[in-house]
Design a protein around this ligand. Structure first.
Ligand code: CP3
Length: 342
């Protein structure tokens, strides 16, 4: 019996799509909040293999998703490269900034990230022992552009202004930063696969702010290099790429980077994606996470509409972005039931 997620990622059209949810382990779940309180802060939870495995398993036990996603964060890579990282409650991440060639020179080489990241590999080892046999295990990393936006600004930004500024004023330094993150990501994801990840996903949450040649240079080229290196080392391990808000650049993206599946955000029309993106291969998505808060008959109708619209080709059901802390867990159960009965 091949796991449902792996079948969809191999290009199979299935009567019922596999389902999982971005941020499925998170603050909307009381059991997550309890384990997080036990760990202390968010980063302590990420680096505690037993507790990180526990929160990864919680949504599997509660909802029976077809896949579990490693509990960690895309900003562990900057930290492993030597950046300071902390989270301010209610505000989000803060990092020491990289805005010049001399800042860049102070970071560690890409192959020296393991000392910091070893607990993440251990989390995956625990999960590959403990997950139900039908549940696929997904590892992940941030795509280089998105990780760079946080490293340059030292925090999340609405418009990624500081990263754009460095890219436009000192392209050589910016490109060298992208290269370093790319190399570290290849190393990190390779180790995740060796520790038990059966699928990997690249999160390019801010891909939509890259236009024209910048999109080719900083969204496509690094993803293509990461995926080619992973495919050479670990043939057969599928990759999901998520160029969030790429808009029309979703067309051709999967093939351009060599991924097995492209994840759609919720700004993309499902019918448009069925005609222009799914005809090229597997798609993931793309329900608006706001339905997990509002619920009601609209939730059921929307989950079934998406399932039916993408039934003609390979599809992985998911949200278009992460579930939010104010979501009602009962709505998640209703969404799953709606998809599986569509
Ligand atoms: O999807 C999953 O459940 C797997 C784990 C995961 C987390 N973050 C856990 C997390 C994954 C895949 C991520 C990815 C991530 N992290 C992204 C890319 C995807 C996206 O959402 O666009 C980004 C940009 C980050 C960086 C990050 N981490 C931010 C901006 C924040 C703060 C936002 C907030 O809601 O406070 C985080 C924190 C974070 N990462 C939480 C979780 C469960 C909340 C932490 C907590 O418990 O307080």
């Amino acid at each position: 019996m091949t796991k449902l997620l792996l079948r969809a990622l191999a290009g199979e059209t299935l009567p019922t799509p596999p389902i999982w949810m971005m941020r499925q382990a998170g603050r909307y779940l009381p059991e997550y909040r309890a384990t997080r309180a036990q760990a202390g802060d968010f980063l302590s939870l990420c680096y505690n293999p037993d507790l990180a495995a526990e929160v990864t398993l919680q949504p599997i036990r509660r909802f029976g998703f077809d896949a579990a996603i490693l509990f960690a964060d895309i900003l562990l890579i900057p930290q492993a490269l030597g950046a300071d990282l902390w989270f301010v409650t209610g505000e989000g991440p803060r990092l020491s900034t990289v805005t010049s060639a001399s800042d860049l020179a102070r970071l560690k080489p890409a192959d020296q990230v393991d000392a910091q990241l070893a607990p993440v590999y251990e989390t995956l080892q625990i999960l590959s022992r403990e997950l139900p046999r039908e549940t696929a295990l997904i590892g992940f990393a941030g795509a280089p552009w998105t990780v760079a936006t946080y490293m340059v600004a030292g925090r999340g930004t609405k418009d990624q202004g500081p990263a754009h500024l460095l890219k436009d004023q000192d392209r050589a330094t910016f490109a060298a930063l992208i290269d370093l993150i790319t190399d570290a990501t290849i190393h990190y994801l390779s180790r995740q696969i060796e520790a038990g990840a059966e699928v990997v996903k690249l999160f390019d949450s801010w891909a939509g702010s890259l236009k024209g040649q910048d999109f080719d240079d900083f969204a496509i080229a690094p993803a293509k290099r990461i995926i080619a290196a992973l495919k050479a080392r670990h043939p057969g391990v599928p990759v999901i790429a998520f160029p969030r808000e790429a808009g029309e650049r979703y067309v051709g993206f999967r093939a351009a980077v060599g991924a097995d599946c492209v994840a759609l955000d919720n700004s993309v029309s499902t019918d448009w994606a069925a005609r222009h993106v799914q005809t090229e291969g597997c798609v993931q998505g793309n329900m608006d996470p706001r339905h997990m808060v509002t619920g009601g008959p609209e939730l059921v109708a929307e989950a079934q509409r998406i399932t039916r619209a993408l039934r003609g080709g390979p599809h992985v059901f998911n949200l278009g972005h992460g579930i939010t802390p104010d979501a009602d867990p009962d709505n998640v159960a209703r969404m799953i039931e709606a998809v599986r009965s569509a």
